[in-house]
Structures are given as structure tokens and as C-alpha cells.
Design a protein around this ligand. Structure first.
Ligand code: ASP
Length: 586
């Protein structure tokens, strides 16, 4: 028996009991006549004490040979502590040691295993197994596990069947590049790792399973923008004989259940907003609605006043930064520099202070009267004391830029409180998205998404205007889930592939299996996937998904602990029929 109790459970109720604990040496304090060892395991910390009067010389010798992170087993008696520690559950007791056995020694750890460690991110990632011994990391993994169990409980109670789908598959287009795996047994051929189980879950609906879910790894080879991981986890779901409303109801239910279970929050119906409105009001298809600062379009008001810069633009739009009238010229210049950084790429900002006395002072006073500026203020919902910030240019670009500024200001003004939760459904996404580079349409969600029946006719005449039966669940400015009603008619699916630029042969080669399955009585179906890592992190009041992944990759997609990816040796390459040694670096 390694232990009778964990290091987190003994209290005054156990006084005088003889116990055995096992764990890691967290700290050692040696006062000569007395020694204390903080013994740690996953459950907590228990103080071990040795004293000259009651403990043997040999025991002191053993204790003095210990180092940080040694693994030991201690047997002793629970006694009341002289100086109590109210901060930990075991703070009222300590163990008077009788025997100490060293189970394993430890090299000196490269950083302190403490809530506030001295280790930087890189070193902690390299020694992630030591990082996991720290409470902040361990607790996040435990929280994640609890959320996963709750998801399973909820979906199981609603008749969802958990099915595992294969990892070695053929490409599923979800808008990123595939990770590929060469096949030794099929020379020159490759598997792709799933970007999501999309086609498989649809085949499960053809298979009649009716309700499917899976907490599943997905793989996307994309440039790692902030807080993305090349492999991540989805709660992936699909349902048969449903309309958009049915799916939204079930998964709004799941989201509410999790918000209630883990945050104690109750919600009425989640608000809904069309994609077009979200873009117009917030410049973003995942607006953070914890705060206002809505866009006010002033194109019609600002043009034709001899201000050349505005006259040439497609869209002129602004926001009112609450209480920022007090920003000095220097503050504003800094904001202008901020929007001009290449990441945002704006040309500049026009500003107007809304003074407490109701007057305006702006950077364009030469062109606009007090009445003009008052009209702007009305559009932007500005109040005396606010600062109006205006951008202009190409509609899509300007919206993205102003949206970034809105989020930045919200951050600075403390409006993004992680303890406030504002869910929102965004609906009626466009079916297609024009890609400038390839000069053709891409599926905005994925190629299996159904157009809205009432927009079907537009496919031939105005494909860009077709709306999809697609929906995203947004939480605090993050897309935490998205899905759609699917096409289940093979002819419509074929037409969709055509629209996306596939020749019939290409469509057949890549998705023949799906269109073939649709010949055999495919039920109407649809579904959704939640980004599990992100949902968990937001629920826990954080936006860093990396912290909720046991072994995450860094920004270059590397696992610095196991040092992957790494070269493979020549024999392995030969077996896989990989000839090229091109690394792109020569
Ligand atoms: N497969 C989709 C995704 O990964 C989700 C869905 O449409 O159900 O975003």
C-alpha cells in the first residue's frame, strides 16, 4: 500500500490516526531541531514534521538527504498544527513522521513547481510534465475533464450515440490545408488527417444513427494565428430529420447546461443576429456583445463636404469610445499609430471629441460644422464625454479594421470582463465567399452546407447573394461553435461542387463516396461542432486555449517537449516511397 490517504484530505477529524502518504517534496525547511516537509500530490499539500524530541537521528538524516521533487512515502501520526494555515484544507494538521522512504530521486527541476513559478513559457513547455504538477495548469486540465464528462452526460441523455470516426482518411475540406500521411502499403498514396469528421457524420446519418456526437481531434494545417492549434478538439454532432431550429435548440440547451453547471448562470433565449447585421453593426461575424460601441455608418453624411479623402471611399463608419473625450492629442496619435500597424493596416483615423458642453472638436473641423458632427454623434450613439473615431475605405476592409479598434478600446476600457457571458447566435451566413486570389467562390462554411431554399434561384444568377442554412454560436466575441443544415440531395450536392470549381471528375474522385451514399435514402440532416478547447477556456474565464491542452504546440506548430516535427531516417523514407529531401531551406 503506497498510501492510506491523499495529500489533500486529512483534517482535524483525523487527529491521532496513523497514516501513510506518498507524493513529491514541494519544500523543505530545516531549523536544526525541527524539520518540515511540504508533501504534494494532485490533491493538495500536507505538512510533514520531524522534531528532535520525537524523531530519530536516522529519520533526520533521511529527511536531510531529500531534494525538491523527490518522490517519497511517509508514515506517521496526524497531529494538530501549532501554527495553522487557513489557506489550505489540510492547514490545521501535520504528520509527525515515523518513517520516510525515498521512492525516487529527482534532478533539480528547471523551474519552481509553484503557483507563481519563476519559469518562462518556453521552459515550461519543454518540461510540460513538470508544469502540469503546478496547480494553475493541473486545475485547468481537471476542469476540462469535468466539462467533457458533463457534455457526455447531457448528450447521452438526449439519445446521442458517441461514435469514433477514422483518423486516416481522405481530405475533408474545412478551409485549411490537410496534414497528410504517406501510406507504406500503397506506394505514392497518402491519407489525410481529418480537418473534421464532417463526411463521416453525414454517412452515419445515412446509416440511420439519427443522433451522433464525438469529442474528437481535428487537424488543420494553417498559419497559426493567435491562439490556434494545429490539432484541436471538437464536440462534433449531427442529427437527422431536423431543421435549423431543432439543432439550435438542442445545442443552445447544451451551452446553457454548461453555463449553469460551471458558472451558476441562467439564460433565457440566446439572442440572434444575421450575418449581415453583425457585419454592419460590429464589422465582425463574431461580435462581442458584452458592450455596445456599435458602428455608426455616416457615408451619406460625410460625403460631399469637400473632404477629398472621404469623398472617394465606399464606406465611412465610426464608433464612440465612451468617456474618451479626455484623450490628449498624444493619446489619439498613439491610437492612430496602433491602427496603422501592418496587422490592422488602416490609413488613419478621423476623430471628434464630444465635449461635455455639447460642442464638438474634431480633426476635420475645416470641413464639418457642429451640426454635421452632431449628426455623426447620433449615428454612433455618442454622448457628451465620448470620443468619436472614424475610418473609411473599402467596406470589408474598413469593417475589419474598425472592429479590431473596437475590441482594443474595449480591452483598454475594461469592458471585456471574463466573468460576464454574452452568447449570441449568428445566422444566415452567405453560402459562398469570393476569393480574390484564386478568383473563384469558396464555401463559407463547407461544401456540404445547404443553401436557403428561398435563395436557391439566386445560385444561377447571383451566387454571392445566396444565404446558407448555417449558424455560429458566439460567446464573448469568440466563435465557439458552428454548423449547418446539409445538402442531402445528390444533384444539389453535385451542383454545389460545380459552383466551387470542381469538374465532375474531380468531385467524383474526391466525394464520390458521399454522393453515392446519397443515392440510398439520405435523411434530411444537419449538425454543428463546438470548439471544445475554446469553449472550456472561455467557461473558465480565459481566452488562451493552449492552457487547456495537456501538451500543446507552440506558434510554429512545434511540440518543444518531444521535439516534433523531426526528420525521419532514410530507410523510413524509402519504405514510404518518399524521394525528396527538399526542405525549402536550400
Ligand atoms: N464540420 C464543421 C466544422 O468543423 C461543423 C459542422 O458543420 O458541423 O466547422
Amino acid at each position: 500500500m503506497f498510501r492510506s490517504h491523499t495529500c489533500g484530505e486529512l483534517t482535524q477529524a483525523n487527529i491521532n490516526e496513523k497514516v501513510t502518504l506518498s507524493g513529491w517534496v514541494s519544500t523543505l525547511r530545516d531549523k536544526g531541531f525541527m524539520m518540515w516537509i511540504d508533501l504534494r500530490d494532485r490533491y493538495g499539500i500536507t505538512q510533514i514534521i520531524l522534531d528532535e524530541e520525537r524523531s530519530s537521528k536516522e529519520l533526520f538524516e533521511t529527511a536531510r538527504s531529500l531534494g525538491r521533487e523527490f518522490v517519497i512515502q511517509v508514515t506517521g501520526t496526524v497531529i494538530e498544527r501549532a501554527s495553522k494555515n487557513p489557506n489550505i484544507p489540510t492547514g490545521n494538521i501535520e504528520i509527525l513522521a515515523e518513517t520516510i522512504t525515498i521512492l525516487n530521486e529527482s534532478a533539480l527541476p528547471p523551474f519552481t513547481i509553484d503557483d507563481n513559478t519563476d519559469g518562462g513559457e518556453d521552459i515550461r513547455m519543454k518540461y510540460r510534465y513538470l508544469d502540469i504538477r503546478r496547480n494553475p495548469v493541473k486545475n485547468k486540465l481537471i476542469f476540462r475533464s469535468k466539462v467533457a464528462q458533463e457534455v457526455r452526460k447531457y448528450l447521452d441523455a438526449q439519445e446521442f450515440v458517441e461514435v469514433e470516426t477514422p483518423v486516416l482518411i481522405k481530405s475533408t475540406p474545412e478551409g485549411a490545408r490537410d496534414f497528410v500521411v504517406p501510406s507504406r502499403m500503397n506506394p505514392g498514396e497518402f491519407y489525410a488527417l481529418p480537418q473534421s469528421p464532417q463526411t463521416f457524420k453525414q454517412l452515419l446519418m445515412v446509416g440511420g444513427l439519427d443522433r451522433y456526437f464525438q469529442i474528437v481531434k481535428c487537424f488543420r494545417d494553417e498559419d497559426l494565428r493567435a491562439d490556434r492549434q494545429p490539432e484541436f478538439t471538437q464536440i462534433d454532432c449531427e442529427m437527422s430529420f431536423v431543421e435549423q431550429e431543432d439543432i439550435m435548440n438542442v445545442f443552445e440547451g447544451l451551452a446553457k447546461h454548461l453555463l449553469h453547471t460551471f458558472k451558476g448562470l441562467e439564460f433565457g433565449d440566446f439572442p440572434r443576429m444575421t450575418f449581415a447585421d453583425a457585419m454592419r453593426r460590429y464589422g465582425n461575424d463574431k461580435p462581442d456583445i458584452r458592450f455596445g460601441m456599435e458602428f455608426g455608418e455616416i457615408t451619406d453624411l460625410a460625403k460631399g463636404k469637400d473632404f477629398k479623402i472621404f469623398d472617394e471611399q465606399e464606406l465611412i463608419v465610426g464608433i464612440a469610445a465612451e468617456g474618451c473625450n479626455s484623450y490628449t492629442r498624444k493619446d489619439i496619435d498613439k491610437l492612430i499609430e496602433w491602427v496603422q500597424r501592418p496587422q490592422i493596416g488602416a490609413t488613419g483615423l478621423v476623430w471628434a471629441r464630444y465635449n461635455e458642453d455639447g460642442t464638438f472638436k474634431s480633426s476635420v473641423d475645416k470641413f464639418y460644422s457642429q451640426e454635421d458632427l452632431a449628426a455623426w454623434a447620433e449615428r454612433m450613439n455618442a454622448k457628451p464625454g465620448d470620443l468619436m473615431l472614424v475610418m473609411s475605405g473599402n467596406t470589408n476592409k474598413v469593417r475589419a479594421q474598425l472592429s479590431a479598434l473596437r475590441m482594443e478600446l474595449a480591452e483598454r476600457l475594461g469592458l471585456r470582463n471574463p466573468e460576464v457571458f454574452a452568447p449570441l447566435w449568428v445566422v444566415d451566413f452567405p453560402l459562398l465567399e469570393w476569393d480574390e486570389e484564386s478568383e473563384r467562390y469558396h464555401a463559407m462554411h463547407h461544401p456540404f452546407t445547404s443553401p436557403k431554399p428561398e435563395d436557391m434561384e439566386l445560385i444561377a444568377t447571383n451566387p454571392g447573394e445566396v444565404r446558407a442554412n448555417a449558424y455560429d454560436l458566439v460567446l464573448n466575441g469568440n466563435e465557439i461553435g458552428g454548423g449547418s443544415i446539409r445538402i442531402y440531395d445528390k444533384d444539389i450536392q453535385a451542383r454545389m461542387f460545380e459552383l466551387l470549381g470542381f469538374t465532375p471528375e474531380q468531385a467524383e474522385a474526391q466525394f464520390g463516396f458521399l454522393m453515392n451514399a446519397f443515392k440510398y435514402g439520405a435523411p434530411p440532416h444537419g449538425g454543428l461542432a463546438f470548439g471544445f478547447d475554446r469553449f472550456v477556456s472561455i467557461l473558465d474565464g480565459s481566452e488562451t486555449i493552449r492552457d487547456y491542452i495537456a501538451f500543446p504546440k507552440n506558434n510554429s506548430g512545434r511540440d518543444v517537449m518531444i521535439d516534433a516535427p523531426s526528420p525521419i531516417d532514410e530507410t523510413q523514407k524509402q519504405e514510404l516511397f518518399i524521394a525528396s529531401t527538399f526542405t525549402g531551406k536550400e
